[in-house]
Design a protein around this ligand. Structure first.
Ligand SMILES: Nc1ncnc2c1ncn2[C@@H]1O[C@H](COP(=O)(O)OP(=O)(O)OP(=O)(O)O)[C@@H](O)[C@H]1O
Ligand SMILES: Cc1cn([C@H]2C[C@H](O)[C@@H](COP(=O)(O)O)O2)c(=O)[nH]c1=O
Length: 216
């Protein structure tokens, strides 16, 4: 059971429906009287949002991309996530470190052991251990369907412009992360209607001990 606030990350390939459903979960949690912080990665602080603009639009080599992702994450953790958890709030984060393993690791082919080292540096907790979400909702959707959903919706950024084969590797990366930490993950079948996906998200939360707890 989380000792302070609750940290929930939303993961999945581009177009899987994360942003759509993060709002619905925030409403359900607020209805329980909880204070909810809605945030995203890369981003969530003024500095990390500047790094986001570079990451989503500028060409760079894979090491540079991985380092900037973790630099943005460090600032986000220190400025937003850790203070909110210390206040006992719920943090809903649109992507976190699983995205780095899925996109930079499996998508780009960057060394997974180096990413694990960076993860341990950047997410180290003062009294030991590594900050991880209490729950990670993985929106699992066929990349071909995600591409159809995104087509024409907006001008694609550097990642969204990648071919379906890239997103198949990213999806395999998420499956790999789930297999290594199954208790933290809930796989959400993102192919259903808005209503069935919304219910799947709520069901995944209802099974967690903190769902029934009184808001602080
Ligand atoms: N269950 C669904 N059925 C049909 N369309 C959906 C569903 N969920 C989301 N969409 C639509 O798919 C598109 C992508 O959704 P959304 O922006 O929530 O995805 P995302 O995972 O946040 O993508 P990104 O990571 O690229 O920001 C939007 O146009 C949204 O309205
Ligand atoms: C955290 C993180 C993100 N990415 C990629 C994944 C997405 O394509 C973009 C973020 O855009 P979104 O519309 O907010 O989903 O960034 C990544 O490659 N690595 C990461 O660690």
């Amino acid at each position: 059971m989380p000792s302070s606030g609750i940290f929930i990350s939303f993961e999945g390939i581009d177009g899987a429906g994360k942003s759509t459903h993060i709002e619905a979960l925030a409403s359900a949690l607020r209805a329980q009287g909880r204070t909810v912080v809605l945030t995203r990665e890369p981003g969530g602080t003024p500095l990390a949002e500047k790094l986001r603009a570079l990451l989503l639009h500028d060409a760079m080599d894979p090491l540079c991309e991985a380092l900037l992702m973790f630099a943005a994450r460090r600032d986000h953790l220190q400025q937003v996530i850790e203070p909110a958890l210390a206040r006992g709030e719920v943090v809903l984060c649109d992507r976190f470190t699983d995205a780095t393993f899925a996109y930079q690791g499996h998508g780009r082919g960057f060394d997974l052991n180096t990413l694990a080292t960076l993860e341990h540096w950047v997410q180290a907790l003062p009294h030991g251990g590594v900050r991880q979400p209490d729950l990670t909702l993985w929106f699992d959707l066929d990349p071909a369907i995600a591409a159809e959903r995104l087509a024409g919706a907006r001008v694609p950024d550097k990642f969204e412009a990648q071919p379906v084969a890239f997103f198949r590797r990213v999806a395999a990366g998420y499956a790999d992360r789930l297999s290594k930490d199954p208790g933290r993950f809930a796989r959400v079948d993102a192919q259903g209607t808005l209503e069935t996906v919304r219910e799947a998200v709520l069901d995944a939360c209802r099974t967690r001990p903190w769902w029934q707890e009184q808001a602080p």
